[in-house]
Design a protein around this ligand. Structure first.
Ligand code: PA5
Length: 463
């Protein structure tokens, strides 16, 4: 197996009172079995299609063909999307291409285009990205499952005008729409205006969609071996569909996190010790927050439940966050993400003028970062702070595919342990509706009045 979960430091026998007792894990087994049965039934009934994405070879052929065409024609690919339409792409791009891919000359990028992910509507971010690009050499992937997300639609409107103003007719060829196969404004545009398009399969929610064209098309265009990513996910599928808690790392880690939450450890930190894996923590933060943070339980009761995910980076955050994790409130559980092999070691050379540093000579940065991770884990453990380590042999397409799939199933399963629906996100709707009202969307007049009522408050002028 390419991925390993070491949960020794989550256990009370290692970490003390705040850890999980083996009896507690054992007592969850009947629930684990019943949730497993329910999930597998829903999967068989077609209600959880994300499970089967790693096996959708025909769709992948189509994505690969289109990605080759785009890579051959364009210098830059720009993803317009937000949330689940962007975070998976950013995470895998960072993990699997050179960290500074976009700064390299084309031949050092393997002849592949640059890839930008525009997942905000800060005018500075959008404008400064466009300033970098040549309209004639840029293709935009407009990604929205619903086909209506206001941020993505505004980016699309701006990008369309920008390309059209520069090249005139033919601007449509600079856009590919990735959206629901049947509904939404993007799908209608694709049908009426003849844009090229790809489908987000029905039933696959945004944050579970990285293994559809949402993630696969931009990643393949940028030169990532998506077939091997999917093969890694498929290999992981065998493990995370086992009904046995001890044999299923997704269920086991979900159960450990859930039991820690019940003990008051309400903050779940993911801390990769790897620049490449940094944005996996960002992707996972959305998975955990949007899937588990809920007001209502599946039974309809008001529960206001959900662990707060925090992303950190080793070793950087040892000099920022770790003081708090070590000595602050007992409210955190830390998951380290660590590659065994960093791919490069970088030997530390002698520095004859500094004898005090001689002990470092001949060691490597790989040894240093590994030692720091192990030291942080042991120090947390000594301080009674539960922590676990997800290790992978190396940051390869196969391992990263496996890791993402593991974390998707872990999130789904955790939702059911917490007794909430991990696939919806009703809490973001109200903010969206107020935004529509403020931006003048017809039909939202009552919402605007409501906004005005709630937007009272005292305003202080500072300076
Ligand atoms: O996970 C989710 O469902 C959300 O984060 C969505 O991906 C996000 O809101 C963007 O939605 P859409 O893809 O419909 O534009």
């Amino acid at each position: 197996m390419d991925i390993r979960l070491d949960y020794t430091n989550m256990l009370a026998e290692t970490v003390g009172d705040r850890g999980v007792r083996r009896e507690e894990l054992a007592s969850l087994k009947p629930r684990v079995e019943s949730i497993h049965r329910e999930l597998m039934e829903r999967r068989r009934a077609g209600a959880l299609p994300f499970y089967d994405l790693p096996f959708a070879a025909a769709e992948v052929d189509g994505v690969c063909a289109l990605s080759e065409e785009l890579a051959g024609r364009f210098e830059s690919v720009v993803v317009l999307g937000i949330g689940g339409s962007a975070l998976g792409t950013s995470a895998l791009m960072r993990a699997l291409r050179p960290l500074y891919h976009n700064l390299l000359p084309r031949e050092r990028r393997g002849g592949r285009p640059r890839l930008f992910v525009l997942d905000n509507v800060d005018p500075v971010g959008v404008a400064e990205t466009l300033d970098l690009l040549d309209p004639a050499g840029t293709v935009f992937l407009v990604i929205s499952k619903s086909g209506s997300t206001v941020e993505t639609m505004c980016q699309f409107m701006i990008a369309r005008r920008w390309v059209e103003a520069a090249i005139g007719g033919g601007w449509r060829d600079h856009f590919v729409l990735i959206t629901d196969p049947a509904t939404g404004a993007l799908r209608r545009l694709a049908e009426l205006e003849g844009f090229r398009s790809c489908e987000v399969p029905p039933g696959v929610g945004g944050r579970f969609s990285v293994f559809t064209a949402v993630g696969l098309l931009p990643l393949a265009a940028a030169g990532i071996d998506i077939r091997t990513v999917l093969a890694g996910a498929a290999a992981m599928a065998e493990h995370v569909t086992s009904p046995e808690l001890e044999e299923n790392p997704a269920y086991l880690n979900a159960a450990l996190q859930y039991l820690c939450y019940l003990k008051g450890l309400h903050i779940s930190v993911m801390m990769p010790y790897s620049d490449r894996l940094r944005d996996v923590a960002d992707w996972y933060r959305q998975m955990w927050a949007e899937s588990l943070g809920k007001k209502r339980s599946l039974a309809g009761e008001t529960v206001h439940v959900g662990p707060t995910p925090v992303k950190a980076l080793g070793t950087t955050d040892q000099h920022s966050q770790v003081q708090l994790y070590m000595e602050g409130p007992f409210d955190k559980v830390v998951t380290f993400l660590v590659p065994d092999d960093y791919g490069r070691a970088l030997e530390i050379p002698p520095f004859p003028e500094a004898p005090g540093l001689a002990y470092l000579e001949g060691r490597t940065l790989a040894e240093l970062i590994r030692s720091e991770q192990q030291s942080t884990a042991v120090a947390l453990t000594r301080n009674g702070r539960p922590n676990c380590t997800l290790s992978m042999s190396a940051v390869t397409p196969r391992c990263v595919g496996a890791l993402i799939y593991l974390l998707e199933v872990q999130t789904l399963f955790a939702g059911h342990l917490f007794g909430v629906d991990p696939l919806d996100q009703p809490g973001v709707e109200e903010g969206k509706e107020f935004t529509y009202a403020l931006m003048g969307r017809p039909g939202y007049e009552a919402k605007l009045a409501e906004f005005e009522r709630w937007n009272g408050g005292v305003r202080h002028r500072l300076g």
